[in-house]
Design a protein around this ligand. Structure first.
Ligand code: ATP
Length: 224
């Protein structure tokens, strides 16, 4: 689904990623880890076509990102749900409207309005659906961000530090939601610093751990 081959990227201040080769197969579950500033968010952005590799090749759903037309980019955006690290919302809209936003801006709607209720119940936010984002707690915002990422029924979910700023119990709840999505067949990658989260996932899902170090991505061994 997502293939990187010998990819390099930097922001003009030297090399950040180089010689990165990795593949996210359909239905796989990956963690992406590495020190702060190692390039996890940058790698995520390369994986959903937000950034274009300076060298090497990125293929999303068998299409080379550097050769994509506007329609291809729109198609990729529909098929990859991203949970951003800072989970920004429009404060004047309700939680439900924010979750619906990816559909609204693409001029689509749900086949059945009860799907929104189901989704909000699934993330445990059905009672807060009329609340405005500033009224939500950190954990509620993270769950709303996850709901917004899955509203388009994407094939892939990329979650950048989805458990940042929430307590351990909420981290496990968010992890469980991502594991459930994977069981439904979605390809999942979670960027995280939290080794305890990775360890707890291991009993629930067959997860691979990718680690960024020295500008490269390697599969981490068992001794996390
Ligand atoms: N738009 C940008 N312009 C210039 N430098 C940037 C930009 N975005 C990120 N960087 C730099 O690139 C490096 C990697 O950033 P990135 O956010 O990918 O790391 P990260 O591993 O996700 O970090 P963290 O774990 O702290 O979120 C950092 O040194 C950062 O300052």
């Amino acid at each position: 689904m997502i293939e990187l081959e010998q990819v390099a990227y930097g922001y003009g201040t030297g090399t950040l990623l180089s010689g990165v080769t990795m593949s996210l197969a359909q239905g796989s579950f990956h963690f992406l880890t590495g020190p702060s500033g190692a390039g996890k968010t940058t790698l995520m952005k390369l994986c959903y076509g937000e950034l274009v590799a300076e060298q090497g090749k990125v293929e999303l759903f068998d299409k080379n990102v550097s050769e994509m037309q506007r329609d291809d980019v729109a198609n990729v955006r529909r098929r990859i749900g991203v949970v951003h690290q800072d989970c920004q919302f429009l404060n004047h809209l309700s939680l439900a409207e924010n979750v619906m936003l990816p559909l609204t801006v693409s001029g689509r709607s749900l086949h059945d309005p009860s799907e929104l209720q189901e989704l909000l119940t699934w993330v445990g936010l059905d009672r807060q659906q009329a609340a405005k984002p500033p009224e939500l707690s950190g954990g509620e915002r993270q769950r709303a961000a996850l709901a917004r990422a899955v509203i388009m029924s994407p094939d892939v979910i990329l979650a950048d530090e989805p458990t940042g700023n929430v307590d351990w119990e909420m981290s496990l709840r968010l992890l469980q939601l991502l594991v459930e999505l994977n069981r439904m067949g979605k390809t999942v990658m979670i960027a995280t610093h939290d080794m305890n989260l990775i360890r707890s996932a291991k009993s629930q899902v067959q997860a691979r751990v990718l680690r960024i170090s020295n500008h490269q991505v390697a599969v981490a061994g068992a001794n996390l």
